[in-house]
Design a binder for this molecule. Structure first.
Ligand code: PNS
Length: 169
């Protein structure tokens, strides 16, 4: 809680949900910018039924923790349930998602509307990605690292070697 103009304001908690398979520089940029807008940011590993995960939940959380160790507002978590329910449990006021291109929009718009239907308090805030991350995705990182390519600049430096080693065939 914090005080402004004599009134007590609740802590503003945001959720950054995703598959994070693994976390990329694009994710880290959105998380870092969310920290400037909210008091606390929960980076939430969730299941996307349309995707087969490469990394385990434990590995994903470890990568997130190491990549965000310099951001005191951030904590990581996992849920196997609905994001809308998790938001209610944590008293969170917003979902923060990054938008890379128009092609992301339809899918994200659908999820934002569905989440608000499930939880009328679930607002989704979209942050536009930085230009240099427009093309970046976890699947691209997995593909490049799997073929022995250089993923520096694509993923946070502290986890780069571990990702390369895990994916090298
Ligand atoms: O990084 P992704 O794969 O685009 O993230 C999608 C994710 C994991 C955020 C989404 O699938 C999700 O919210 N999963 C949790 C279960 C849920 O609430 N599903 C309904 C979404 S409207």
């Amino acid at each position: 809680m914090w005080e402004i103009r004599g009134g007590i304001q609740p802590m503003r908690v945001a959720i950054c949900p995703g598959s994070f398979d693994p976390i990329t520089m694009g994710h880290l940029d959105i998380i870092t910018r969310a920290c400037k807008l909210f008091d606390k940011v929960i980076v939430l590993v969730s299941d996307n039924p349309d995707k087969n995960a490469t990394f385990t939940v434990e590995q994903k959380l470890d990568f997130i923790d190491r990549a965000t160790a310099h951001l005191p507002e951030v904590e990581s978590d996992y849920t196997s349930g609905l994001l809308a329910d998790y938001m209610r449990d944590k008293n969170a006021c917003a979902i923060v998602k990054g938008l890379r291109a128009i092609s992301d929009f339809e899918y994200e718009f659908q999820m934002a509307l569905a989440n608000r239907k499930l939880n009328p308090d679930a607002e989704t805030v979209f942050l536009t990605t930085q230009g240099e991350n427009m093309y970046l995705s976890s699947s691209l990182v997995r593909q490049i690292a799997g073929l022995g390519g250089d993923i520096s600049g694509f993923v946070p430096e502290v986890i780069q070697k571990d990702i390369e080693q895990a994916l090298k065939k």
